[in-house]
Design a protein around this ligand. Structure first.
Ligand code: BJW
Length: 305
């Protein structure tokens, strides 16, 4: 580490050791070194579609076959991926947060749906997957409450098998760069048209309603029980959060992005781990905020040791 980083690290670690209550807010950047793409930026593309355009109820309503192919590919890539050193470093912190010998209380709020935190040995009790999971399936009928948790079957239907061939992280990265170069007139890269019969169906509904991925799309409410637990943790009287670790997230999505300000308002400090951070933060010019610029998978084990 550079001199600035060493000084920042030392200061951060002193505060970390004193902290009794810690939150980690996690985004897609944490899983990049496991080979999974982010949403925004040149890596955030899937075929000729912007990933975030596919993460909406409208996209599913208009073309459930397209959205299912996207999520089938996401399930496959997530299943092939392995947790990285950053996931393990947080898992270790989560275990300290559960240990009766320690006076630390801790939660990880992850926006990621890839299941890598849970596969890294993170305590289930203090891991909140606020945007759901790729491995939960929900019935789309308003009349039906069917949810299938931890469904790792892959592919989910025969017609979705082809999406698996899309998996090749190096190819995927190259494509994204290629797309930047030819961005003037992107060619339509056809994706199969699938009928509803070829997509996952609810096993309970008699009318063959579609199943959908158990993730939270734009405009949808986050799971109320989880949000209430997070609110209680952050807002509980008499014990403010001492430190929030903001890891690999662009902070563009509400309500996840509101947690940082809420912690700061109550006197908590912020540590950002991201490949893209303003210089003023990195050099320690922003009050109560540390910025560690680089791959979260490399930085977290160093910072949290
Ligand atoms: C590295 C790295 C490395 C790279 N190491 N770092 C106007 C209209 C409609 C709605 C709204 C509106 N205004 C506000 C809203 C609310 C909306 C919202 O926030 N919109 C904003 C975009 C403006 N929010 C919602 O709708 C939420 N629901 C809600 O609020 O309900 C109440 C409500 C309803 C209606 C109206 C208003 C309120 C739901 C949000 C659900 C988000 N869902 C998604 C998809 C999940 C399923 C899936 O995964 O497919 O969640 S969208 C996508 O963004 C995904 C992510 O979890 C989320 C956050 O992205 P993240 O993780 O930050 O990734 P990136 O790509 O943005 O950033 C990666 C970062 O990593 C970058 O900073 C890199 O630099 C960094 N990085 N490599 C470290 N190696």
């Amino acid at each position: 580490p550079s001199t600035t980083m060493s000084t920042q690290l030392k200061e951060f670690q002193e505060h970390l050791l004193k902290s009794k209550k810690i939150v980690a807010l996690v985004g897609a950047g944490l899983s990049v070194s496991s080979g999974l793409p982010t949403f925004r930026g040149s890596q955030g593309l899937w075929k000729n579609f912007n990933m975030i355009d596919l993460a909406t109820p409208d996209a599913f309503y208009i073309d459930p076959g397209l959205v299912w192919q996207f999520y089938s590919w996401r399930r496959y890539t997530a299943l092939k991926a392995k947790p990285n050193k950053g996931h393990y470093a947080l898992a270790k912190l989560s275990q300290m947060g559960k240990s009766p010998q320690s006076d630390l209380t801790y939660i990880t709020i992850t926006q990621n749906v890839d299941g890598l935190s849970s596969r890294s040995g993170h305590c289930k009790e203090n891991l909140y997957e606020i945007h759901g999971s790729l491995f939960d399936l929900k019935c789309t009928s308003f009349m039906c409450n069917f949810v299938d948790h931890n469904n790792f079957k892959q592919p989910l239907t025969k017609a979705l098998a082809d999406t698996e061939e899309e998996f090749d992280p190096s190819h995927n990265r190259k494509r994204s760069l290629d797309e930047q170069e030819v961005s003037i007139s992107p060619q339509f890269n056809p994706v199969k048209t699938l009928s509803e019969k070829e997509l996952p169906q609810c096993p309970v509904c008699k009318d063959g309603s579609l199943l959908r991925p158990g993730v939270v799309w734009f405009g949808e409410s986050l799971p109320l029980s989880l949000i209430t637990k997070v609110d209680n943790f952050i807002e509980s009287e008499g014990s403010p959060v001492d430190l929030i670790l903001v890891i690999g997230t662009s902070g563009t999505v509400y309500p996840a992005n509101s947690y940082v300000d809420r912690v700061k308002l109550k006197g908590g400090k912020v540590a950002i781990f991201n490949t893209d951070i303003e210089n003023d933060i990195v050099v320690g010019k922003v009050k109560d905020t540390w910025g560690f610029k680089g791959d979260a998978a490399e930085l977290l084990p160093l910072a949290l040791k």
